[in-house]
Ligand binder design. Sequence first.
Ligand code: MSP
Length: 673
Amino acid sequence: MSAFYVTTPIYYVNDRPHIGTAYSTIAADVLARYHRMRGERTRFLTGVDEHGIKLERRAKELGQTPQTYVDSMVPPFKEAWQQLGCAYDDFIRTTEPRHKERAQAMWRLCRERGDIYEADYQGLYCVGCEAYYTEKDLLEGNLCPIHKKPVEVLNEHTYFFRLGAYQERLLAFYEKNPQFVQPEGRYNEVKSFVREGLRDLSLSRSTFSWGVQVPDNPEHVIYVWFDALVNYISALGGPKRPGEPESPFDTFWPPNAKAVHIVGKDILRFHAVYWPAFLMSAGIEPPTQVWAHGWLTVDGQKMSKSLGNFIPPAPIVDAVGADVLRYYLMRDIAFGQDGDFSHQNLFARYHGELGNGLGNLLNRILASIVRKTLEGRVPVVDRGELLAIDRALLDTAQASARNAARQLEEVHPNRALEAIWELVNAANKYVDQTEPWKLVKQNDTQRLSQVVYTSLEALRYLGLMLWPFMPQKSSELLHQLGFDALSPEEGVDLWPDDWGKLPGGIETRPGKPLFPRFEKEQEAALIAQLAPKPAAEASVAPAAAKAPSSPAAAKPVVARDLGEKAATNIDVFGQIDLRVGEVTLAERVPKSDKLLRLEVDLGPLGTRQILAGIGKHYAPEALVGKRIAVLANLPPRKMMGLQSQGMVLAAGDGDVLSVLSPANDVPLGSTIA
Ligand code: MSP
């Protein structure tokens, strides 16, 4: 049996999950679920990229060790993927020993092949990308084309990888494997990049230490991209040591499996040029395919914290559920192209395709007809009595299943959903045309049974085909039809291909609408609440987030001031993320009598460094272990050279001041509303 292996990029932990990273992860999950339900042996890997100068610097800014910092940033990823229904089999962290030792093993293999040598490196480096640039790649003013920030000039003794020596082998490999990179346009870009010639790649750094140590040279750490790319095999136990017993690497890496890397177009070069070259050098087969999807923009602009248009998935999931966000992302954006994220479009698809299309189909057959007139049971029918109109729907269902499967095999989730919706639309039209409610009135039970059965079969097809995209809604739909939740098994193909599998006589379980309507005002309020908020800060008087030199900053928040403010509404409050946290460390900021540096554990949100202007009222020791209220979605700001990542809520004025605390020990990270 062939095996299927799908991976996401491993995400840098300096950003929290957002809809861009969610997009890659959901796409990989959809593919994994699809292959799993086809009965294939399937493995889905995601994880985080924890090394490199970017993360080392960020930790320093926060006054933390890199390890403490990265440890605190991992839970939000795991939590987000769980909340989005992304059922990965393994989550790799590049700081884990299992990874570090395989990254070193890979280095040794390349070195033994004679592909690693030492020399002086002089060049340009973007810390945001963790990538080398040549002058011709840069924007005016030596700015990185992606981060629009000045690149740094490096001048150090490093190890190099003989990438130049792989030009011909890579081109020959591309020639032999026309499907290696998708979409095709991107493949052409990769090929012309390689045809222009490849320069050897600096493969180590010696001016910082946060990385995997170069074997036999503690002065150097391995270049973060070499380290990161190895995750795809280290998580499987590769590269294997001589004589090692059978491991997932044997099952899930080519030639024994189809291995597909889902990546954003921004990191294609690393995956389609460097990675196969490293693998060739180590004597390991390249992956089967690298699929580069496009970028999600917000109002046409790249998402970034500084632009204030950074969209985390959690509030959308809270508002409409994970499956709706999954559906929207997979349907609205053609895989491989850029797409603009819009809450309005999300709601339009919710009401249109999901509510009026799929939800309504289920409701009009199950709740209105089966429950009321057929005692809630699937009718028993004779296939020989199907009319042409019934057969036409049957044919559409078969075609829809075939097309959707083909599109998923070829990694076109949006086209697969289009194929599935051909059946949703055809089934609704079928119900309009066959008018079962009239058959009820006419007491034509035999024809009614045929029509109902045919419609329910279409719904069964839909329930199954939607499982990769909307696992929860698919289970609810199948449950209402009288089926148990899908549980894929190796060797068992659950994709629908056979009309008539719905057993006549079984009891259905009509339930709540799959996609209940939002009233217009409710929808407008949700859209306002979910919109990116550039200036969340402006609406709350900051106790600690402002520089202590400003008199307003010393004056702590809320109670008394609130009455003096203009009336506001609940939506404004909804924009504020207030959380319960526990102070794990408190100390005075040198040269300041007001500022305290706190480390506050916000549970799933991780530990934050917060500077609070409460030093005249609190001894640091008195705060350690205390549960407090924190404003958690302020953009970070610097005070006295230290970053503050939130604000502590306190009541009072210049003379009396009390930090707010919940009366009972609610879990860390609980929202305050
Ligand atoms: N750590 C590297 C990847 C190493 S893989 C061996 C990295 N990490 S990243 O955190 O910057 O995120 C990488 C991926 O996140 C992108 O390639 C893409 O898959 C996804 N996205 C990040 N922002 C995105 C959008 N705005 N839109 C779509 N995907 C985006 O690079």
